[in-house]
Design a protein around this ligand. Structure first.
Ligand code: ZN
Ligand code: ZN
Length: 362
């Protein structure tokens, strides 16, 4: 079958003819891939800074943001049948008996680092005509969401982050009403963060590098989130215009801009980091001022990665809510669809800018 693979040893990325996967356990499901989203993690893998093939193989099949259709189910599979559309989770638990996260169904909080991730770390991805997966890692997608459900996986980042935000803010002796949020970065994770924050009632502003007009600003403003450029507006001016944010949702992966924006966080505020910096940035942090600000304002810095089963369920519910509230808003986030042969050009930006690019298998 056709698959897109990276060969780290040979420093190659290409379409290969991979062995057709077959069911090997009664709880497994065979899925025909429809769409695979491409993101910054793929970019890091094709530049060989990240990504590990499965043991014994010299290549890794790429792709971790997937939407597919069930074509075969094992005899012990319950809850899915042929013809259902599904989204798979990415991370699989580590083998260690003493990892409370993995043993408790939350490999997204694994403490050993020995988890695997499909399309990223030691497990084949989904950018292939078919894949096989245990039913426990698949989420059924309602028919009306088929054209946008490839956004489920990147949306789970926001779902997990905001679930934790709620838990953190339970520390406050009153029930906080959703206040102001600022989203740093306007790529797919930022845009989906915007929708998730707006849906929960936060007055949300996007604060990102590029100047208007651009498609990312248009997408944010179409759903009611004002867009400001870091090139025009200082963090101080941002606070004057939009008020001090109770939540800053960082989705740009740029350390310097993040720590600049942190200065605007309100008392009792939470700063959520979701972006993984891909380039190194020299910066000096006024350490004493930084600690003073955090301590004297009860502020929390939260890093968050990956997502659990409940976050996938929440993401699929939210996609339906977003679609009802902002018709066309999700579709606008999918810039273009491409054949597998274009994967390298898409991931390296040669196929154009925009928001989310998707590989399709037909
Ligand atoms: Zn991704
Ligand atoms: Zn673990």
């Amino acid at each position: 079958m056709k698959a897109v693979a990276v060969f780290p040893g040979k420093r190659q990325v290409r379409v290969i003819d991979a062995p057709e996967p077959e069911l090997q356990a009664p709880t497994q499901v065979k899925v025909r891939t429809h769409e695979v989203g491409v993101c910054g993690t793929d970019k890091d893998i094709v530049s060989f800074t990240y990504g590990t093939p499965p043991p014994g193989l010299d290549y890794l099949i790429l792709g971790h943001e997937c939407l597919g259709e069930v074509v075969e189910v094992g005899p012990a599979v319950q809850g899915l049948q042929k013809g259902d559309w599904v989204v798979p989770r990415v991370r699989r638990p580590c083998p260690h008996a003493l990892c409370p996260a993995c043993r408790g169904g939350h490999p997204d909080f694994c403490i050993t680092g020995d988890f695997t991730e499909r399309g990223i770390k030691e497990a084949p991805g989904f950018c292939s005509e078919h894949f096989v997966e245990d039913v426990a890692y698949l989420h059924r997608v309602a028919t009306e969401l088929h054209d946008v459900a490839v956004l489920t996986e990147p949306l789970t980042i926001a779902e997990k982050a905001l679930r934790q935000l709620d838990l953190i803010q339970e520390r406050l002796p009153w029930r906080p009403v959703p206040g102001r949020a600022v989203v740093l970065g306007a790529g797919p994770v930022g845009q989906l963060g915007v929708l998730t924050l707006l849906r929960r009632g936060f007055a949300t502003t996007v604060y990102s590098h590029s100047r208007k007009p651009n498609v990312k600003a248009e997408a944010a403003e179409a759903v009611g989130a004002p867009y400001l450029s870091t090139q025009d507006i200082s963090p101080e001016e941002l606070v004057r215009r939009a008020g001090a944010p109770d939540v800053i949702y960082e989705a740009a992966g740029t350390a310097k801009a993040a720590f600049e924006a942190l200065k605007s966080l309100s008392p009792n505020g939470v700063f959520i980091f979701t972006g993984v910096p891909s380039k190194s940035e020299q910066m000096s942090l006024g350490g004493d001022d930084f600690l003073k600000q955090l301590v004297l304002n009860n502020q929390v810095l939260l890093g968050t990665v990956n997502a659990a089963a409940s976050d996938f369920d929440a993401a699929l519910e939210d996609l339906a809510r977003f679609r009802a509230r902002w018709p066309g808003g999700l579709e606008r986030l999918i810039t273009a669809r491409h054949p597998p042969e274009s994967f390298f050009d898409v991931v390296t930006g040669k196929a154009g800018g925009g928001i989310k690019h998707v590989i399709t298998f037909t």
